[in-house]
Design a binder for this molecule. Structure first.
Ligand code: ADP
Length: 760
């Protein structure tokens, strides 16, 4: 396809936009619904849809309507593999083609832009040729760390550390970046909810190694997350390819040897003078000597000096503040107001946010002026103000922070993404506004369910700043639960239960019942389910009703009360439909219904519901659910005696769960996959499965994996070999889990005579 000139420039513009490139690179993995894409990229769904439509108009992606359960769902996939730009005598032509490749550096979310760059020859050389894989550049604010790193590593993935976001957010962004470079595994792992520290570290390391990526972490000193520290030490010890560059005020201590440390000082006098002149400074070299003596080549100070009236400076007080007050004095009212507003936020702000915050009409003019004067810096779509300048502006500030924080919270919530939710939460905490905090938690419960999974660390650290609020404590419990600390979560919930009402109390009650279920205490679970029922009866709220039925189904299912379970599962479906368009939930409910049918030994019906779940999961690109469906199907097909189908579905699930390191599900599937192969008489392949289970048993502490020994015994028995030793090993390993042993024999009995395994 050849596009006309106007279109061509639009296309180029589109391709030079980071977010568009990220979308295109994620689409490489398959087709996606805008909602899931928005979740992966932590962006607003409307924004993502808009971009997809634009990309579609340009012929880069293709949208299709798919019909799912009576609704039309839009799915997007890549239409071309690349774009070809050629320079011809008659002009530039751009072709999007199926065959040709294009590669554009993806530079992370906010790579800073630098203007003229002066000096630093020695440092550039040192950094370019260093053999160490981890480099730490440190020095005082404004000394030029960022500028130097951009100069040496222009194509790096750029991560701007922030106080609240921490490792969770970093690793997700890194996942997106590595995915764009052709390493999808980290992103896939995170999307599936994997949050094991070791796995995250290893996948990130492997991703950087294999893609040779360069990662810059700017303002590392702001990141208070210890996990980041552990990660960097891990990298320093293991990285052999690729590069990690750390910029920080203080010298970071990584406790590893292979780190190059560079302490940055001011510019040499010649480069300093060139910078001074380039920024409009008026002084001859003789006069500049005094400026240099005062600034010692500190670039930011020199930039400011160039704007102040260059003559004498009172060096007795704080020199920098003196300089700033002079520069500040020359700003217009509007510029001052804008600078003051920006100084309230310690994170970069996007243009739209600034527009929403600025009371006047034309924000562009003062913003542009401040950027030109070097007081505000631009990074991609974001604007921010240097810490040194912020410090000064804070001291002369006249605006009321609370007003602006309120406005910012409103702006963020309109964007409807998990990340913006977290930001809003941060400002609500900062304001100490209890009502706001509670309202936000309610939003979290209803709309941002993923926050607890995707941003555990960041959310917890915000919550821990307001532990006196019971709703906040209950949320902390939720994070602990997510991390597997059931008892700790339970203690908190039991403690706050009485202090809450409405949806908050409903949330805690269903959570308590859920923990008791996990701990196999059915009586207690039932007691709390009863309390929840009272709330459901009082005031109809589909969200709460849904929680009620989900727990109820689970309770009946665990107790083997399949009829009641089924009834409750259909109630779930009812409520899910009333809750409206909510694909993830719908798929889950279908799975629950299928599970119960499967337990009732009604495989045909089970399959029907698993396939419905599968259809929804695929349409919305919910990979984890999709593969859970394959896992369930493996089991029912096996029970139906359709071994070939069981093997096909099993292969899909095993591959995926192994890749995302969810060994539990991988092992559960392997068990049925093995037995299906036995049913087909494929002993050799089955043997591989048994061995794979044992490998997983070593690495995880999932007891069922040791059933691999029993399966090896099965193989030996069928081959007429000596099976006693394998059986003994299997029994020994499963010794603490007699019911598992029983279950394995029971399922095996469907395809092989294991009578002797019982007596022995
Ligand atoms: P840091 O990251 O250490 O806080 P920056 O890199 O942001 O410092 O630099 C502060 C200011 O000084 C920026 O506005 C930048 O443009 C300018 N600057 C720093 N180093 C140089 C250089 N070598 N050449 C030109 N300008 C520089």
């Amino acid at each position: 396809m050849v596009v006309d000139p106007l279109e061509a420039s639009r296309l180029l513009k589109m391709l030079s936009n980071e977010v568009n490139l990220q979308i295109l690179s994620v689409l490489r993995a398959g087709s996606f619904n805008p909602r899931e894409l928005a979740r992966i990229l932590h962006r607003n769904e409307t924004d993502v849809s808009r971009r997809l439509k634009a990309l579609e108009r340009m012929g880069l992606v293709e949208g299709k309507w798919v019909r799912i359960g009576g609704k039309n769902v839009r799915m997007y996939s890549l239409k071309v593999e690349g774009v070809n730009i050629s320079f011809r005598p008659e002009g530039i032509s751009i072709e999007t083609s199926e065959r040709k490749e294009y590669s554009l550096p993806l530079s992370g979310e906010r790579a800073p832009e630098i203007g003229d760059f002066f000096g630093r020859k020695g440092e550039i050389e040192l950094l370019s040729f260093s053999r160490e894989r981890v480099i730490a550049v440190y020095g005082i604010a404004g000394i030029g760390k960022t500028s130097l790193a951009v100069k040496v590593f222009p194509e790096a993935f750029w991560y701007q550390a922030e106080e609240t976001e921490g490792f969770d957010y970093f690793v997700w962004q890194l996942g997106i970046h590595l995915n764009a470079l052709g390493f999808p595994h980290l992103l896939e792992y995170l999307r599936a909810g994997g949050r094991n520290e070791r796995d995250e570290f290893e996948l990130a390391l492997r991703g950087i190694e294999e893609t040779g990526a360069t990662v810059v972490i700017d303002d590392l000193h702001k990141c208070g997350d210890e996990k980041m520290g552990r990660f960097l030490t891990f990298l320093a010890e293991g990285l052999k390819n690729g590069k990690v560059v750390l910029l920080s005020r203080e010298r970071p201590s990584l406790g590893a040897e292979n780190v190059l440390y560079l302490r940055l000082e001011g510019l040499d006098v010649k480069s300093a003078y060139r910078l001074f002149k380039a920024r409009g400074g008026k002084a001859d070299p003789g006069e500049f000597a005094e400026v240099y003596r005062l600034t010692r080549g500190h670039p930011l100070a020199i930039v400011l000096f160039a704007q102040a009236s260059s003559s004498g400076v009172d060096a007795s007080g704080n020199f920098f503040d003196f300089l700033m007050s002079e520069v500040y004095g020359r700003l217009t009212e509007k510029e001052r107001l804008l600078l003051q507003i920006l100084s309230l936020f310690d994170e970069p702000l996007e243009y739209e946010a600034i527009k929403a915050l600025y009371p006047g009409r034309n924000v562009f003019a003062p913003l542009y002026a401040l950027t030109r004067k070097g007081l505000v810096e631009r990074r991609g779509e974001l604007y921010f103000i240097h810490d040194l300048i912020r410090g000064f502006v804070e001291s002369v500030r006249e605006v009321e922070p609370a007003d602006y924080y309120e406005a910012y919270i409103g702006y963020l919530l309109r964007k409807r993404s998990a990340r913006d939710f977290l930001r809003a939460f941060k400002y609500a905490i900062l304001l100490g506004d209890e009502d706001r905090i509670k309202a936000l938690i309610e939003e979290r419960l209803r709309k941002f369910k993923r926050v607890v999974q995707d941003f555990q660390g960041a959310y917890l650290s915000l919550l821990s700043k307001a532990p006196q609020i019971p709703q906040v404590r209950s949320e902390m419990g939720r994070v602990y639960f997510q991390r597997g600390f059931f008892e700790k979560a339970l203690r908190i919930w039991l403690d706050v239960e009485e202090k809450l009402d409405g949806i908050f109390r409903a949330d805690v009650l269903s959570s308590i019942a859920d923990v008791y279920l996990e701990l196999n205490d059915f009586e207690k679970a039932e007691e709390y389910l009863g309390k929840l029922k009272e709330i459901v009866g009082k005031k109809p709220d589909p969200e709460v009703e849904l929680w009620y039925y989900v727990i109820k189904t689970k309770l009946h299912y665990y107790r083997g009360e399949v009829k009641e379970g089924l009834e409750s599962a259909f109630k779930e479906l009812d409520v899910a439909k009333r809750l409206g368009h909510y694909p993830e939930l719908e798929a889950l409910v279908y799975l629950h219904i299928g599970d119960v049918y499967s337990e009732m030994e009604r495989p045909e019906e089970a399959i029907h519901y698993f396939l419905l779940a599968l259809q929804v999961a695929k349409a919305y690109s919910l990979s984890f659910l999709e593969h859970t469906c394959y896992m369930e199907l493996t089991k029912v097909y096996f029970h139906l005696g359709e071994y070939e189908k069981a093997v096909v579905e099993g292969d899909r699930a095993i591959n995926y769960f192994t890749r995302i390191r969810n060994y539990r599900r991988a092992v559960d599937t392997l068990g049925y996959h093995f037995l299906a192969l036995i049913g087909l008489g494929e002993l050799e392949k089955a043997e591989e499965d048994a061995k794979e289970m044992l490998r997983m048993a070593q690495g995880s502490n999932y007891p069922l994996a040791w059933a691999g020994y029993i399966f090896l015994a099965v193989i030996e028995k069928l081959r007429g070999g000596n099976w006693g030793e394998y059986l003994r090993l299997g029994r020994e390993r499963l010794g603490d889990y007699p019911w598992l042993y029983e279950a394995v024999l029971e399922e095996s009995a469907r395809v092989v005579d294991v009578g002797e395994f019982k007596e022995k």
